[in-house]
Design a binder for this molecule. Structure first.
Ligand SMILES: NC(=O)c1ccc[n+]([C@@H]2O[C@H](COP(=O)([O-])OP(=O)(O)OC[C@H]3O[C@@H](n4cnc5c(N)ncnc54)[C@H](OP(=O)(O)O)[C@@H]3O)[C@@H](O)[C@H]2O)c1
Length: 332
């Protein structure tokens, strides 16, 4: 696995990361032993970036990672932690909290659950509209000074917010949805990240399992996340599957799977794009890792664009009500 700098002046991390969200619900029940084996397999393959959030499984995800990193593995991992998203006991989303004291409080719990005295990358999962980004980033900067955080990241920010965050403290990475089906960042956000020397950590590369040879199975499996994704709705799904099938045809001709094609495509976007592999089983990880050395030619890329233009995708990436609160969806 290639190791690259995370941003122009950032730390060295693996060219792909492991996203652990699916290991703690959201995509249906997961097997803890298999999830831990998947984390171990990722480390063995040279993946260092392990991505989590304090609200994945309401802390359970961090405790699972702690278990996986026991026995001296913590130092081999680059722990990326998101915070700020609030849920009630019924797991309903209550909003985001980016207040300085909240950021510090969230971090205190994360450190305890992860069994570590520092987090490699700490990032607000969403921008709290009630709190200036300077205040949230300033609080994390205090935690950098105190040694609890090594680097600062942001998630789902607009280009303007990214600039404001960077003016407060160097930002190593922006985590945001980016895939064959979600290309909105190419207009302003990605060019701004590049200008500022901020790496792009891409999630949603498979659009929740839609861009794969198992799209139908993904739709059928009970999943709270997919039930909220318009692209999986009965109304939109068959149109999207026809795009996935067109991609599948190209993948088969190249002797790879559709998911591998999706990972190779995201990697073709640039050295500064670090895709998250949302695997919760070793077979899924192995499939994604099969794309690490897969290079797409300009002719492949042109065929892919033609087969699945992002404008032909049916449905938005999140429900309109959720998008309305996302800083990244604001024009500037
Ligand atoms: N910053 C943010 O706002 C944000 C939001 C969401 C996620 N994330 C991060 O990004 C990571 C990736 O999450 P994502 O859900 O967006 O990723 P994704 O790549 O769009 O979808 C992952 C889902 O695809 C299916 N899958 C995984 N490997 C597959 C394979 N080889 N072939 C076919 N299907 C496969 C799995 O579903 P099954 O296991 O059900 O088959 C998995 O849950 C998360 O773990 C999290 O760390 C960040």
């Amino acid at each position: 696995m290639q190791q690259i700098p995370l941003g122009r002046h950032g730390p060295i991390v693996s060219a792909f990361g492991l996203g652990c969200m699916g290991m703690s619900g959201g995509y249906g029940p997961a097997d803890d032993a298999e999830c831990i084996a998947t984390i171990h397999a990722a480390l063995e393959a040279g993946i260092t970036m392990i991505d989590t959030a304090d609200f994945y499984g309401m802390g359970q995800n961090e405790m699972l990672i702690r278990e996986a990193l026991k026995g001296g593995k913590r130092e081999r991992a680059f722990l990326a932690v998101k915070f700020g998203s609030m849920r009630g006991p019924d797991l309903k989303i209550l909003g985001d909290d980016g207040r300085p004291q909240a950021a510090k409080n969230f971090l205190a719990y994360s450190l305890r659950r992860l069994g570590t005295d520092y987090v490699d990358l700490y990032q607000p999962s969403r921008v709290d509209p009630a709190v200036p980004i300077e205040d949230t980033i300033g609080a994390i900067a205090d935690m950098v000074k105190a040694g609890y955080v090594r680097h600062i990241g942001v998630s789902e920010t607009s280009a303007t917010t990214l600039r404001r965050a960077q003016a407060t403290h160097p930002i190593a990475a922006l985590q945001i949805e980016y895939s064959l089906f979600s290309r909105f960042i190419e207009r302003d956000i990605l060019p701004t990240a590049r200008e500022l020397g901020i790496a792009l950590v891409a999630y949603g590369v498979l659009s929740g399992g839609l861009i794969s040879d198992r799209a139908q199975a993904a739709k059928s499996a009970a999943s709270e996340i997919r039930s909220r994704k318009p692209r999986f709705s009965d109304e939109n799904f068959s149109r999207n599957v026809s795009l996935v099938e067109a991609l599948g045809q190209i993948a088969r001709e190249k002797g790879v799977t559709t998911a591998q094609l999706a990972f190779a495509w995201i990697k073709s976007r640039g050295e500064d794009v670090v895709p998250l592999i949302g695997a919760r089983r070793r077979d899924q990880l192995k499939e994604a890792l099969g794309a690490v050395d897969l290079k797409l030619t300009p002719a492949d890329l042109a065929r892919i664009e033609q087969a699945a233009p992002a404008a032909a995708v049916a449905g938005t990436r999140y429900q309109p009500a959720a998008l309305a609160h996302m800083d990244s969806e604001h024009a500037a």
